[in-house]
Design a protein around this ligand. Structure first.
Ligand code: DGL
Length: 262
């Protein structure tokens, strides 16, 4: 039994898609979420900058006594998680584009991957593609501009829709039947994507798998919080709380959303 909180961070509001999966699977766990929206998007930054920001977020969570940290950001995971694991003692859970299940289930042999520049250019992404998708064709696109639009709450805007159409068209022309969402902000685009994509294209998002892995690691290290009451959820953003609040509208009222200068 361990009553300390789980720490979660992302470059902004996107990682709340992971927080929701974690909360659904482990409602009794206390959580602290950091939205580093002031520094979003991470996807266009250098590896060194991404590591520096990830260290800053991790230290803030460790000061708040987190027992495990979920890097709820593909860009931070693919660029910084090995550094974090070397530097700190707590367990880290990361997220990276789920190419493996897409490759295994693809009938056409073509899979689309929509992710940030930081993720697509990382050595971890290249290794995963080589290890699990060498037999299939991957059509990658950097989702330039999507994270800032989501951070501005403009999910249903014409601008977002047009960008998505632009990024997805070459994937469809190459006959993809699976599209991997390689950024934790993108699950919020699923309703728009579903309208744009033909019905036979499967959308792969591995948020639920990250939550399962988190639970498995908590169990392995005997870190689960076995209390019966609902977990306390604290969310911190270093910009206006309005957008984060919007993304958490569907979350019950045990949450606290605050501004923090970090
Ligand atoms: N949610 C981050 C990810 O999963 C967004 C990256 C960014 O800020 O560019 O990659």
């Amino acid at each position: 039994m361990n009553v300390k909180p789980i720490g979660i961070f992302d470059s902004g509001v996107g990682g709340t898609s992971i927080w929701k999966e974690i909360h659904a699977l482990m409602p009794h766990e206390d959580t602290i979420y950091l939205a580093d929206s002031k520094n979003a998007p991470y996807g266009q930054k250098t590896r060194e900058e991404i590591i520096k920001l990830s260290v800053k977020n991790t230290e803030l969570l460790l000061v708040r006594r987190c027992k495990l940290i979920v890097v709820a950001c593909n860009t931070a995971t693919t660029n910084a998680i090995s550094h974090l694991r070397e530097k700190y003692d707590v367990p880290f859970i990361g997220i990276e584009p789920a190419i493996k299940p897409a490759a295994l289930n693809s009938g056409t042999g073509t899979v689309g991957v929509l992710a940030t520049k930081g993720t697509l250019s990382s050595s971890l992404f290249l290794k995963t593609s080589k290890d699990h998708a060498s037999e299939i064709r991957i059509v990658e696109r950097e989702g330039v501009g999507l994270v800032p639009l989501i951070e501005a709450g403009k999910i249903n805007s014409t601008e977002t829709r047009l960008l998505l159409i632009r990024y997805i068209t070459p994937m469809l022309e190459a006959n993809m039947d699976h599209i991997v969402l390689g950024c934790t902000h993108y699950p919020y685009l699923i309703p728009v994507l579903r309208e744009i994509l033909p019905p036979h294209v499967n959308i792969i998002d591995c948020g639920a798998a990250v939550a399962k892995q988190t639970l498995a690691v908590l169990k392995k290290f005997n870190l689960q919080n076995l209390k019966k009451s609902p977990g306390n959820a604290q969310f911190y953003t270093n910009t206006d709380i309005e957008v984060l609040t919007l993304f958490l509208e569907d979350v019950d009222n045990t949450k606290q959303i605050s501004y923090l200068n970090f």
